[in-house]
Design a protein around this ligand. Structure first.
Ligand SMILES: Nc1ncnc2c1ncn2[C@@H]1O[C@H](COP(=O)(O)OP(=O)(O)OP(=O)(O)O)[C@@H](O)[C@H]1O
Ligand SMILES: [Mg+2]
Length: 261
């Protein structure tokens, strides 16, 4: 679909990127903004699990040395076309959404190759979906390697730590330097203990220019997320009435312009 919106979730390791990416897919599914493309661009590949899916293939499994591919590339297929075909094979089809997992490169080769394959194909891929949600890696390789060329909404996440806030400062600096400007930034301060909301907001304001964000959401530490992790329950199947999800949904619903038109 032309101008299909792309939402990227970014932040330091362990702050809640995958959880928020899955929350976003859950909101879009509820709002029938389908089909959605969910992209796990983090080499540690956790999005599939929280979306209740099992990974079969990843972009990382596509070998840089294409001669190493079993059977090789048929001579009459150009390499780019072959890679596009392999990506299509790596996409898992689920109810209302598809999932593409980047994964780690296998054998010799480097992340540059995997990043480049994703970058070269992302714009084309996103066009056939109503919305794309990307769970980005903590090291921000996608930003620095200009893979996020089509981001309309960037959701920056920090837990209540100085390190996480400083990571977002770096994200904003890199984002300002990339070729395609990001549509808008929103900030989520995640896992904030009850009663500490104002202290955390002030700490964020001291480290970050909050005027750069269209909106700021403070999300509580939520035992229901802990329970889901403990039992392996998919985020898509947790009760939508849990406090963190309710707050997130309200936040998404009041964004203007909306996340997905
Ligand atoms: N608001 C919350 N309340 C309780 N637990 C949470 C909350 N947000 C995230 N978590 C938990 O914190 C842990 C880290 O979250 P998540 O995996 O989403 O972070 P991440 O940024 O994707 O991490 P990584 O960088 O390792 O991929 C998970 O166990 C998740 O269930
Ligand atoms: Mg993650």
């Amino acid at each position: 679909m032309a101008n299909s919106p792309c939402i990227a979730v970014v932040g330091k390791g362990g702050v809640g990127k995958t959880t928020i990416a899955a929350f976003t897919v859950k909101v879009l599914l509820e709002r029938l903004c389908t089909p959605i493309l969910a992209v796990d661009a983090d080499p540690s590949a956790c999005l599939a699990g929280v979306l209740g899916q099992e990974i079969e293939e990843t972009i990382g499994g596509i070998r840089e040395d294409t001669r190493a591919v079993a059977g090789g590339i048929p001579e009459n297929i150009p390499k780019q076309q072959y890679l596009a075909l392999k990506i299509q094979e790596a996409i898992i089809e689920a109810k209302g959404f598809d999932l593409l997992t980047m994964g780690r490169p296998e054998g010799p080769g480097c992340y540059c190759f995997v990043n480049n394959v994703l970058r070269d194909n992302l714009d084309r891929l996103t066009q056939t979906y109503r919305a794309t949600v990307i769970d980005c890696e903590a090291g921000l390789e996608h930003l620095s390697r200009r893979t996020n060329r089509c981001v309309d909404t960037m959701i920056l996440i920090a837990d209540p730590t100085i390190k996480a806030l400083d990571t977002l400062k770096t994200v904003l600096t890199i984002a300002a330097e990339i070729d395609n400007p990001i549509g808008r930034f929103v900030l989520i301060l995640n896992r904030v203990p009850v009663g500490k909301e104002e202290a955390v907001r002030q700490a964020a304001a001291a480290r970050l220019d909050l005027s750069k964000f269209e909106d700021v959401l403070i999300l509580p530490q939520d035992d229901a997320i802990f329970d889901a992790e403990l039992t392996g329950q998919s985020i898509l199947h947790i009760d939508g009435r849990i406090p963190s999800y309710q707050a997130y949904r309200r936040f998404i619903d009041q964004l203007s312009p909306p996340l997905v038109k």
